[in-house]
Design a protein around this ligand. Structure first.
Ligand code: MLT
Length: 327
């Protein structure tokens, strides 16, 4: 075979591959998409993810199947998507962990920033400090006193280093100078079961899971670490109102694809995300569980990247100052 023939054949092969990839993108999606949730089923990320997946399935004409890949504070699920084939069939719903993990975890088997294409923000969810029903504290001041006097006999549940519950718990413990025993779970879904069973004392968790337990009186609620009260749970004081100023955290969520996913595929996924966030069923259900879809402008890759970058910069000095590394 001459050099020219070889070059011609190689060029034809490349053209063939490019045409096939363009056809695949044009037909996207033509099979189910997997949405990885990096925390346990039944918890707050899972609740938001399943609502989103159902609505996106309708929009995309293909099932968006939720799979929970749990453990290591949400990093195992993130790794799964960062290292997946970048064809749009693997997407990730993750939260504020995407802002803290790049600093908190100094050794990861994936790139926690450059491994992803942000597709758009999804929600911002307030948190609540909830305790087992029999906890001997009637308000935040009494809870603080109890935590301080109990030392490591006080149990604080969370979803592992890098999770929002762990972040909230660490901020609380630092703010009041308490040293509780931290009990990590694969998500706050299972952690909540232990609160309900009275086997752990306290959990800082999102309203998307806690609302119904608070309303039903199944847990004791102490405060929300938010700037303002939660519209759907207006009786709960903010931490500042309850005597603990400067302790604030809310949980943002965003949708991601692996880095290298073709632009038309990313655009299709963002369009489906935006449609889902306009879906009246999502709007209603999000409202019932204390949150709201972000605006259409924020459900874009550009707004998402801006917000995410700013969040990494916000948490970096805090993690460094408190030596809050995972390793
Ligand atoms: C979950 O879905 O289990 C929670 O969002 C984990 C967390 O506390 O961040």
């Amino acid at each position: 075979m001459t050099k020219t023939t070889r070059r011609t054949l190689a060029a034809a092969a490349i053209a063939g591959l490019a045409a096939r990839s363009a056809r695949a993108q044009a037909g996207f999606p033509n099979r189910p998409i997997t949405m990885t949730i990096p925390f346990a089923a039944g918890g707050p990320t899972d609740i938001v993810g399943r609502l989103l997946a159902e609505s996106m399935s309708r929009e995309l004409g293909q099932p968006v199947v939720v799979e929970n890949t749990t453990g290591a504070g949400g990093t195992l699920g993130a790794q799964r998507v960062a290292t997946a084939r970048p064809d749009g069939y693997a997407i990730l719903l993750h939260h504020i962990g995407m802002g803290v993990i790049p600093t908190m975890y100094r050794r990861l088997a994936y790139d926690p920033v450059n491994g992803f294409e942000p597709l758009g923000l999804v929600t911002e969810v307030p948190m609540t400090l909830v305790g087992r029903k029999e906890l001997p504290a009637a308000n935040l001041a009494e809870l603080v006193a109890l935590m301080k006097s109990s030392g490591d006999r006080f149990n604080l549940a969370d979803a592992g280093i890098g999770s929002s519950s762990a972040l909230c718990g660490a901020l609380l413990a630092n703010a009041i100078g308490a040293k509780p025993t931290v009990v990590p779970f694969r998500g706050t879904g299972p952690a909540m079961q232990e609160i309900l069973g009275g086997r752990v004392d306290l959990l800082c968790d999102q309203t998307t899971q806690t609302t119904e337990y608070i309303r039903g009186g199944a847990v004791k609620v102490f405060a929300t670490p938010s700037r303002t009260r939660i519209a759907t749970l207006p009786d709960i004081p903010t931490t500042a109102e309850a005597g603990l100023p400067g302790f604030e955290i809310t949980v943002w969520h965003g949708l991601y694809a692996p880095r290298g996913t073709p632009a038309p595929v990313l655009a299709r996924l963002t369009t489906a995300l935006q449609a889902a966030l306009r879906d009246p069923r999502i709007v209603q259900r999000f409202t019932e569980i204390g949150t709201a879809p972000v605006s259409q402008e924020d459900a874009t890759p550009e707004a998402h990247r801006r917000f995410w970058t700013a969040d990494i910069a916000k948490w970096k000095p805090i993690i460094e100052a408190t030596n809050g590394y995972a390793d």
